[in-house]
Ligand binder design. Structure first.
Ligand SMILES: [Zn+2]
Length: 164
């Protein structure tokens, strides 16, 4: 994990160096303190959560706090009683569910992809589509694993020449 964060920082630094106009978009997560790039409309803000989980966790906490507050007030309690009464009634026979639309599962978490979409769109100064992004990521991952395969091959070859 530390290695990944380091690689991410090196990349972030090189992006900001190559695109000085993005320097003002660089900000720090107020929860975990990691640096990340934010959308220009949020440039200069220091109260943001990072897209690597903190933003999402914060949203979840807030929405559960909201629903707790809602059910705590009297109107909410009333509504909950009605819902429970409804739940106790026998359910009407249901029609078979329509075929659900095919769900494409993405190889990376959606918040991370959304973040990368924003960053690549900023860097390329155009709207990068999700499909394009996935293509880019696939190329990068393939190059990485090829490099790793080569490295492992080299290590094995060396071990053959000079057994430990
Ligand atoms: Zn964070």
């Amino acid at each position: 994990m530390a290695e990944l964060v380091l690689a991410y920082y090196v990349l972030l630094r090189s992006i900001v160096r190559a695109h000085p106009e993005l320097r003002r978009c660089r900000t720090r997560c107020r929860h975990c303190r990691i640096f990340f790039l934010t959308h220009p409309r949020n440039a200069g803000r220091r109260d943001l959560g990072c897209p690597f989980g903190c933003q999402e966790a914060h949203r979840r906490r807030q929405s559960s706090a909201r629903s707790t507050a809602y059910y705590q007030d009297e109107e909410g309690k009333q509504k909950k009683r009605q819902q429970n009464a409804k739940r106790r009634q026998p359910a009407a026979p249901k029609a078979p569910p329509p075929n659900p639309p095919p769900k494409t599962s993405l190889p990376w978490p959606r918040p991370i992809l959304d973040y990368l979409l924003m960053v690549t769109s900023l860097i390329e100064a155009r709207a990068v589509s999700l499909v394009e992004l996935l293509e880019m990521l696939r190329r990068v991952v393939r190059q990485h694993s090829m490099a790793r395969t080569r490295r492992i091959d080299q290590i094995i070859a060396r071990l053959h020449e000079h057994p430990p």
